[in-house]
Design a protein. Structure first.
Length: 247
């Protein structure tokens, strides 16, 4: 509730600010000229998480956002408003690009990803946009741009089940895939009580656009991403099918 009142107050204070002026940023919400935008399908390190300490890469993300603000202009967002009245979907941005007449139109999310200030966190039904976000992330990952130089952002070895917290990316070969008690489990080690596991509700899995037999992934190298929970070993729940990618 306090955060909600703060956002409303910040919006009122920002009503006379220039369109590109950033008056509030918490990693997922950015306030431009009194309008709140939710950065759909990415996760940006927060400068002020509930834990108190800035997320790894938060300082880089803030600096990148400021650079982007200076180098282009906001066009708008095409998505609906969420329960907090934030505009969702791609935040359309026109970058100052001398090679393109009038500047290159892209999204704020893709610019943050290209500069290593965010990671893809699929959640919407706009699969084409999510694919563009992955392309931008891969460009930054390949060049170790921005926060990708931070060890906390490394791609973790699923076979080792190393301790991890928060949003992480794991990669490895699936050792076992099975359905138990309404949930499908992808295990990456010999012992489910300690190895890394990704899981999805069976009912959700059957609604995925891409249909496949979970057992077909045994032996395949895949990448999973999401918030890590400690359930026996480290575990990620797949709430969106694009959290799982073939390598």
């Amino acid at each position: 509730m306090n955060r909600r009142r703060f956002l409303i107050g910040a919006a009122a204070a920002a009503s006379v600010r220039p369109q590109n002026d950033v008056s509030f940023f918490d990693g997922q919400t950015v306030l431009f000229a009194g309008v709140q935008y939710y950065l759909s399908d990415i996760i940006v390190p927060s400068p002020s998480p509930l834990s108190g300490d800035p997320d790894p890469g938060a300082q880089i993300a803030q600096a990148v956002l400021e650079d982007i603000r200076r180098e282009g202009r906001l066009i708008g967002a095409g998505g609906a408003r969420d329960r907090w009245a934030r505009l969702t979907g791609p935040v359309r941005w026109r970058a100052n690009d001398a090679s393109a007449e009038g500047g290159r139109e892209t999204s704020l999310q893709e610019l943050l990803l290209e500069r290593g200030a965010a990671r893809v966190a699929p959640e919407s039904d706009d699969f084409a946009f999510i694919d563009r976000c992955f392309a931008a992330e891969e460009k930054a990952r390949g060049g170790k741009t921005g926060a990708w130089r931070d060890p906390d952002w490394r791609i973790r070895d699923a076979a080792r089940a190393e301790p991890a917290f928060g949003f992480q990316i794991f990669a490895g070969a699936v050792m076992r895939a099975e359905e138990r008690r309404g949930r499908i489990y992808f295990n990456f080690g010999e012992d489910y009580r300690s190895d890394f596991t990704a899981s999805v509700r069976a009912s959700n899995f059957r609604r995925w656009k891409k249909k496949f037999d979970p057992a077909a992934l045994v032996g395949a190298r895949i990448e999973t991403r999401g918030l890590v929970e400690r359930i026996n070993g480290p575990s990620i729940e797949l709430t969106h099918e694009k959290q799982l990618r073939m390598l």
